[in-house]
Each structure stands twice: as structure tokens, then as C-alpha cells.
Design a protein around this ligand. Sequence first.
Ligand code: ATP
Ligand code: MG
Length: 420
Amino acid sequence: MSISKPRGTNDILPEDSLKWQYIEDVTRDVCVRYNYEEIRTPIFENTNLFRRGIGEATDIVEKEMYTFNDKGGRSVTLRPEGTASVVRAFLEHKIYGQAQPTKYFYYGPMFRYERPQSGRYRQFHQMGVEVLGTDSPAIDAEVISLGLHILTELGLSDLEVHLNSVGCPECREKYREKLRNYFEDDLEELCSDCQSRYDRNPLRILDCKNKGCQEYTVDSPEIIDSLCKECANHFEEVQSYLSSLDIDYIIDSNLVRGLDYYTKTAFEIMYTGLGAQDTIFGGGRYDGLAEEIGDRDIPGIGFAMGMERIILALEEQNIDLPLTTDLDLFITTIGQRAQETAFEYLYQLRRAGFKVEMDYLDRSVKGQMKCADRTNAQYSIILGDNELEKRTATIRNMETGEEIEIKLDNLVEEMNELIV
Ligand code: ATP
Ligand code: MG
């Protein structure tokens, strides 16, 4: 084949698609129980939304965005994440005028120009939640517990919750100075990215994936020691809410989101069995973001989890999801007239809610029986001239071999009896 899929993208074929659907269903179900509502936003936005909403000094905006001019000359970007769009929609539709908090979840494809590898793609999918309109530490704990709940409901275990607080802009200003002092003497030893981070945003040095740089961060000052009273209290309360739910967490002082609109709580859930791409989801509080995007002071918090990484973790932990593809009934036909009749019955049965199938390739009876087997049909029925004449047929339970005679005209009712 001469044309193949773009680098870093995946086709999700039906077998995998079932897994995706299952995970999406569980996700939606859990979100609804926590009283979150689904929001859907466009998959492309004005580029400026992401520049402001993610921050110029981030990997995403610096290197990873799919940005292009449309035919009208506007710069648009395929969304690399969901938060900026959700906050934009919240502001644009003046949702802040309604009773708060607003609790949203979303799901969909995201696009980042990255070097593709296991767990890292150019089109990937995130499920995320955002809560706007409250800075209550209870909500921080709720958001973390919700994410964890989804993963445990899917059967995943050995997950680590990493937690930190990045304080408010005032705490961070103090902390930045401490970090600059700390790294000053070793600046030459850091990678070139970190050298430029030193001036622009030294917090991001803590986040560097480069092993060499990581060694220099081991004894670096911790932000927790620079938190103001309010941020320290908030962090304490988040922890005590998590403890009240028996959720274990690891305080990870290198877990930072360096931008000014990220505030207070930052967290990630990791599964170390995933190797280099071990973070399943990450999130945090962004009390300054609505101000940045739309000049409104509205607190918010959220997380985003990578669907592909959930699937990798499920595979790594050998978890079989309870997926069913089985047919309720396969109709085997002998001859043209039976085929036409079966075709009508299929329609009736499908309208009555059954998953049913017949043969469209003029297979032999034996061939059709094989199809019934292959499709894991629970029941099968054979229609030929004889059956049509007598208006009766035999339904066979494919598992037990048990057979029952039925009146053809009662097929739908009989199926209703058999399958509850
Ligand atoms: P990383 O450090 O792995 O690059 P990130 O900080 O860029 O992650 P976020 O922007 O916080 O990631 O996105 C949240 C989640 O989305 C990640 O934890 C991960 O599960 C998933 N994710 C991010 N980028 C990709 C990608 N390119 N391919 C697949 N999943 C991704
Ligand atoms: Mg990244």
C-alpha cells in the first residue's frame, strides 16, 4: 500500500475499539457519579488561546503544537490539551453567572508534535476533568480521588499518587530566587534547555527529563519550604482530605508546573511498570488561568489522563476487560426465499433490540454454521423451504445444544423469552 497513516498516529481497529469503548463507558459512569457533566469543545482553536493558556515557556507551546494558517489567514492550532478550551468555553458562555462550582469532564483526541515512542504519539486521546469556581481543598482531593477511582474501577493497581504544591505567584517568586542561587554554580553542567530555563523559569529545571540535570536537582531547595501561610494551609487540607479517603500519596517536590497561573496543588498518577512514559495522568490547580484567558478571577483545577497509557497499563497488568461481541442469534438460510424472509426477520429482531446476523455470501449451510460459531452466536436458527411452509423452526442453543420448536411468526417473542 502506498499511503500509510501519519507518523505518531494509530488506527484503532474493532478489537481494540471495544477496549476503548469500555474504558470510555467506565470513565463516563464514574464522572457522572461525582456529578461531573460532559463538555465538548472544538479540536482546533485560535493559536493564541494555547499560547496564553498553556504558556510560551512550555514544551508544548515551544515545540509541540500543530499550528497552521487557515484559508482566511488565521493562525489556528490543533488542540494539544483540553484545559484551555474548557476554560475558554466557560468564560465565553458566561457559565460563571450560574451557581458554582462547575464540574466538567471531557474526552477526545489531542495533538502534539513529539518524537513517537511507546506511550507517546502525535495524536493521542485524553479524558480529563475541570472544576471551576471553587478553590476548596476538598475539590482538589475529589478530583484526585475521581481519577484514581476510574483507574481502580478498570482493575489497575500499583498506582502511585505524587503530590506537591507550587504555591501562588508570591510563594513562587521567593522560590525562584532560591533555585537560581542554588543552580548558579552548576549552571554550566546543565543542559542547554535548562540554561535558558534558569533565567526564564528555573522551576522547569526540576522537571527536566535529562538524567544529568536530574542529578543536580536531588538536593535542590523544596518549594514547600517557600509556601506562604495560605498556600501551606491549603496543602495541609488537601492532604488531610486525601487521608480521610485512605488515599496514599508521595510528596514529590520536583513535581512542578512552572507557569504563573498554576497554583497550589499539583499531582500525577504514575504506574512505574510503564517505563519511561510512566505518568497516566497529571493535573493541578490553575487559579490564575481564567484571568490570563479572559480577565476573570476564577479558580480552577483539573487533570488529564492519557487513554493510550491506560491501555498500556492494562496490558502490562494483564487485565482482561469484560468485553462481549457475541451475537444473540445467527440465522442460517437455505435458498433464495429463506434468505429474503430472514432479511425481514433480522430487521424486526434488531428493532426489538437483538444483535443478529445472517450470511450475505451464499455460503453452504456448513459454511453458515461456521459463521454462527465464529461470531459466538448464543442461538442459531435454520430457515429453509420446509420451515417456511410449516411456519415453524428450531432454535438451537449453541452452547448447550438444546433445541426448541417455535412458531416462526413468534420469533421476536420467543427471543424475548430466551434472552433477558
Ligand atoms: P510527559 O511528561 O509524558 O510529556 P506531559 O506533562 O506533557 O507528559 P500532560 O500535558 O500533563 O503531559 O498530559 C496528561 C497526560 O496525557 C499524560 O500524563 C499522558 O498520560 C498523556 N499524554 C501526554 N502527551 C502524550 C502523548 N504525546 N502521547 C500519549 N499520551 C500523552
Ligand atoms: Mg509532554
